[in-house]
Design a protein around this ligand. Structure first.
Ligand SMILES: Cc1ncc(C[n+]2csc(CCOP(=O)(O)OP(=O)(O)O)c2C)c(N)n1
Length: 565
């Protein structure tokens, strides 16, 4: 029997070894004929008892790429994904777009159809090997990645893996794409590359520019009504503490606008909720922290001439074709570093700050009281998204991680723990939430992970693939479907554009209903999980508690299908 130690290494061996050497833990794979050298390499390593990267079989590419996203959003560490040639790339593209816009590092790989028609190990052997070749396979993914390459020679493998990961980890972080021809993966190589340490360190942002910090501090020192707006400052958990300290010390309110992370604990006295519209016009300075869209210009905007400070790894979002938000001072920096530097430069009298803090805290209390009132539906009423959120928050508790593909009503749930909340990428590619939650569970197996999804989003996630992965790898996640039997976003958009239009007048919106609604709970049950469907708002707390018990106590996945509006 051949064994890892007495067989000449192939490029696939180097690829897998170098992923491990770069601290990549998982290899999310949706395989095809292009994988033969990878499969062989994993089998050889297993027979030799060698440690390898952990392969995770994913029944759909969207699950693979979104699980890698889920692990990286929790740990900050890029993971590896490999899919089948051009067609697998196409299936994964939506997830890649999500990852790119949310600055999620990832090494995304795809086979490339064999280069030659015969004469080399790995050459073409199936009819698909002709039809799957493209003039530019990488071009499918190029707009959604930071860098791409096709491996040309086995001897390049180690250096290319190192380079790909160094680029993925360099801010603004993001996915990179590597195409892998079968002959190259199968080619024999010098084995020393297997044990080499990584050869390339990622770039970091360094200290923020002192002149820009001074200019920003001067603006904030003068302002009477400054406002902080953020979506993703909490991508770095250290920034949550930094922001909490900064907002408190200088008495500046914070709005989490369409947040993708827990940026500031909901109970922090400077937390002003999740809507920027009511506050933006009164602001006389705006500090934008890692936020691609700090307000919606067509709805409400700062007064003309208001100084705006934008901070982030890519503060002007250079990869967005159009983004016109002014930036009086632009600071490329990690959020925590920028806030620390700013904090010591802001100069305002303590008594003024104290007065402002009292006023802002009163407003915070008022906003929270308003959000907490009237959540419970009246007798005979239907379950609302806000009530479902409240019940879910109570059942899951503060230690849970919530992954929301839109439905969680953030003002109805107090999340205080950095890393306790993850929201969808602004790219908005649906189908992310459930596999991202599976990735979060893989990263933190002892934590309760909740996937909160619309019925539309759940269908987009390829539920059969996701529940099968959950069962296969022992990843019990609580899935909660906020089921309004519709694509309500489509209805809302039509109402907003045509408030008196034909669809609104008739209250019938073509292309937005998802009825009849399947018994989604049975999808989970079909994979050994527990499921329930509930429409009575009073029964909801009990059902959710039971579901949490199943996940936590029995280690089984569970799905609660909540009929709600
Ligand atoms: C891949 C993809 N296809 C289509 C859309 C367009 N889209 C945006 S929201 C939405 C409806 C989502 O339905 P659901 O999850 O049930 O949430 P609801 O709008 O009902 O609250 C659709 C189809 C999208 N964002 N992503």
């Amino acid at each position: 029997m051949t064994d890892h130690r007495d067989t000449q290494p192939i490029a696939a061996d180097v690829l897998l070894a170098r992923l491990r050497a770069n601290d990549v833990s998982y290899f999310f794979a949706n395989a095809g004929t292009d994988f033969a050298p990878i499969v062989e390499s994993l089998a050889r390593a297993r027979q030799a008892g060698a440690k390898t990267i952990e392969p995770i079989i994913c029944g759909h590419e969207n699950a693979a790429v979104s699980m890698a996203h889920g692990v990286a959003m929790v740990t900050g560490q890029p993971q590896a994904v490999m899919v089948h040639v051009n067609v697998g790339t196409a299936n994964a593209l939506c997830g890649l777009m999500n990852a790119e816009r949310e600055q999620i590092p990832m090494l995304f790989m795809a086979g490339r159809t064999p280069i030659v028609e015969d004469g080399l190990p790995g050459n073409r052997t199936l009819n698909i090997h002709w039809a799957q070749e493209m003039f530019d396979q990488n071009g499918i993914a190029r707009e959604a990645v930071r860098w791409d390459y096709e491996l040309r020679h086995g001897s390049q493998t180690g250096a290319i893996v190192d380079r790909a990961l160094a680029i993925a980890k360099s801010p603004p972080r993001g996915p990179v794409y590597l195409a892998l021809p079968r002959e190259i993966l199968a080619s024999t190589v010098d084995g020393s590359a297997i044990s080499d340490p990584p050869s390339m360190a990622p770039r970091d942002l360094g200290a923020p520019n002192p002149a820009a910090i001074d200019a920003a501090a001067a603006i904030l020192s003068r302002a009477e009504n400054p406002l902080i707006v953020t979506a993703s400052a909490g991508r770095d958990p250290a920034a949550v503490d930094a922001l909490a300290g900064f907002a408190d010390r200088h008495a500046i309110p914070v709005v989490e606008f369409r947040p993708r992370y827990l940026n500031l604990p909901a109970t922090h006295p400077m937390h002003w909720g999740y809507e920027v519209g009511p506050h933006i016009e009164a602001a006389d300075a705006v500090l934008v922290l890692d936020c691609d869209v700090p307000w919606i210009p067509a709805l409400a905007a700062p007064k003309p001439g208001t100084p705006i400070i934008q901070v982030g790894a890519d503060p002007l979002f250079a990869r967005y074709p159009l983004r016109g938000f002014p930036s009086t001072v632009t600071i490329a920096a990690e959020i925590a570093a920028a806030l620390d530097a700013l904090s010591s430069q802001i100069d305002r009298r303590d008594s003024e700050v104290e007065r402002r803090r009292n006023r802002l805290t009163a407003k915070h209390d008022e906003l929270r009281a308003a959000a907490a009132s009237g959540l419970r539906p009246a007798d005979g009423g239907v379950t609302t998204f806000a009530w479902a959120t409240r019940c879910l928050a109570d059942a899951a508790g503060q230690n849970a991680t919530f992954v929301s593909e839109y439905p969680l009503v953030r003002s109805a749930i107090d999340i205080d723990r950095p890393g306790g909340f993850f929201g969808s990428s602004p790219a908005g590619g649906l189908g992310w939430g459930l596999p991202a939650a599976l990735g979060a569970k893989l990263a933190e197996p002892d934590r309760l992970v909740v996937a909160a999804l619309g019925d539309g989003s759940y269908i987009f996630s390829n539920p059969a693939a996701c529940h099968q992965i959950s069962a296969n790898y022992g990843l019990p996640v609580l899935t909660v479907v906020f089921n309004n039997e519709a694509w309500m976003a489509v209805e809302r958009a039509t109402r907003a554009m045509y408030p008196d239009g034909a669809a609104a007048r008739e209250n019938r919106f073509p292309l937005s209903r998802l009825a009849p609604s399947p018994d989604f709970e049975q999808f989970c049950e079909a994979c050994g999980g527990w499921g329930a469907r509930v429409d009575d708002p009073d029964a909801l707390p009990g059902v959710l508690e039971k579901a949490v018990d199943v996940v936590e106590g029995e280690g089984r996945q569970a799905l609660v299908n909540i009929l709600c509006r």
